[in-house]
Design a protein around this ligand. Structure first.
Ligand code: ZN
Length: 235
């Protein structure tokens, strides 16, 4: 079993009626329901109980999903460092949508991770750059989203190790929408879709990609990276 933990800040769903209409119990509950299967178990955590996002929780997490927006600055620095260290020692991590500006993602990337944006409900095509990659399995050529917040280049992330999707909006913009990284022993996937006012996480192909990414980022090897003094192995 792959042990997934979903962090969703769960603020907009309680304070904005448009968001509440789409995700009455929080988008983490929709993701949990869609992702749980015979190979994946899911726990959830929200901003209100972020104190429970401990090293012990991360030690028993194979893949962490992160959705955040308005509470990025209020996530404790120590929590972001715990996530960074867990990834470096082998935990998988998937950062969704506005998590591009979350503290742990920026720590792991080392760049501002800023982009241009516009909220007009544009149609988006997510084009698969490499349909043979495990994360794009089942997608064929593209995924069409009827409405999504527009994210646009320039996106100040490091050059991805592998680019899986490019997003294109009806206003003409493009964004690197599915990006793979490796940091330490851990694998990271950034996936752009998921603005809170649109039912993105009910889309079967978006769930398919997230599931594929869970399996791709899962690494059963887990070890802290240290700097030991060693003895020679042969005299
Ligand atoms: Zn958004």
């Amino acid at each position: 079993m792959v042990r997934v933990t979903i962090y969703n800040e769960f603020i907009h769903e309680k304070t904005n009626t448009n968001v509440k209409a789409v995700y009455p119990n929080g988008l983490h509950e929709v993701l949990k329901e869609a992702l749980c299967d015979e190979e994946i178990t899911v726990r959830t955590i929200t901003f209100d109980n972020i104190q429970n996002l401990t090293k012990e929780l991360l030690d028993s997490t194979d893949v962490l999903l992160w959705w955040g927006h308005c509470k990025h600055a209020d996530v404790p620095d120590e929590t972001a460092v715990l996530v960074q260290n867990a990834v470096l020692s082998g935990m998988g991590a998937i950062f969704l949508h506005s998590a591009h500006h979350s503290k742990p993602f920026k720590l792991l990337m080392g760049t501002p991770c800023s982009l241009s944006w516009r909220e007009d409900g544009d149609r988006e095509y997510l084009w698969a750059c490499d349909p043979s990659h495990p994360i794009a399995e089942g997608v064929d050529r593209y995924i069409k989203l009827e409405h999504e917040e527009t994210y646009s280049e320039p996106f100040s992330i490091p050059e991805p190790d592998k680019l899986i999707f490019i997003g294109n909006y009806e206003g003409g913009e493009v964004i690197r929408a599915g990006c793979c990284y490796r940091r330490g022993y851990g694998k990271i996937f950034y996936f752009q879709p998921g603005h809170e006012t649109y039912p993105i996480y009910y889309h079967p192909m978006i769930i398919r990609v997230i599931k594929n990414a869970i399996h791709w980022t899962y690494n059963p090897y887990r070890s802290d990276i240290d700097c030991p003094h060693i003895k020679r192995i042969e005299e």
